[in-house]
Design a protein around this ligand. Structure first.
Ligand SMILES: Cc1cc2nc3c(=O)[nH]c(=O)nc-3n(C[C@H](O)[C@H](O)[C@H](O)COP(=O)(O)O)c2cc1C
Length: 206
């Protein structure tokens, strides 16, 4: 079950520091990511916990540039329509669409993380929430596994607003419900320092 010692890229025993060092990365070098690295990231992410151990996560790996552009166009078409309907100025819409397309264009790999709607115990709202929470746990594990490989990544929520369009653009099975999109690559620059909320304001010790 564990990966081989020779495959390991984290030698540090300081797992806390490793976890704290993960950051969102949105700009990448042009270097491609070797396929075994992508496979290892996905495999590690599947070790995430899931409600009833149903493992509802599914992965659409979009490495091909034309498929990334197809996905980007599907998402930004919906984005443009939604923003137009809410009165966002045209110049801002075009700026955001262009930025979104650039991100998909520059990232060497895009992974669309989906929930299989059939991987559920009962069709009850709480069970649906648990399945979505399980997929989210997998998403974090995916980002951490990418970090372990020296890669940067960013979780992007746009597919939530265009689930049908994303599924159609990639010709995914009908039961795959897109939950989030992950752009992965080698970071172009160091991230800025992170502002964290005061720890005291976040927890109650009862
Ligand atoms: C559910 C979820 C959705 C997110 N959606 C986006 C997004 O659409 N675009 C984006 O640039 N970042 C997105 N992020 C990344 C957050 O902006 C980022 O995690 C946060 O600012 C903290 O920074 P850090 O990841 O560097 O610690 C998302 C993160 C999560 C967990």
């Amino acid at each position: 079950m564990s990966i081989k010692e020779s495959d390991r890229t984290i030698a540090s025993v300081d797992i806390h520091n490793f976890l704290r060092a993960r950051r969102s990365v949105r700009r990448f070098k042009t270097d491609s990511i070797p396929v075994p690295v992508i496979e290892r990231i996905i495999e590690t992410s599947t070790f995430a916990p899931s409600a009833h151990n149903l493992q509802p996560w599914r992965f659409a790996v979009v490495a091909d540039l034309s498929a990334r552009i197809r996905l980007g166009k599907a998402l930004t078409t919906k984005m443009r329509a939604d923003m137009t309907a809410t009165g966002v100025p045209q110049s801002e819409i075009e700026m955001r669409v262009e930025r979104s397309m650039r991100r998909l264009d520059e990232a060497p790999v895009v992974i669309l993380l989906c929930r299989d709607v059939t991987a559920i115990r009962k069709d009850e709202p709480e069970e649906v929430t648990m399945a979505i929470q399980s997929v989210a746990a997998c998403g974090l594990q995916l980002l951490l596994a990418a970090h372990a490989e020296g890669l940067g990544g960013n979780w992007i929520c746009w597919p939530l607003y265009a689930q049908e369009a994303a599924r159609e653009a990639l010709d995914l099975p009908n039961t795959w419900e897109p939950q989030g999109m992950f752009i992965l690559g080698y970071a172009e620059a160091e991230p800025r320092e992170k502002n964290l909320k005061e720890l005291e304001s976040l927890s109650l010790w009862i």
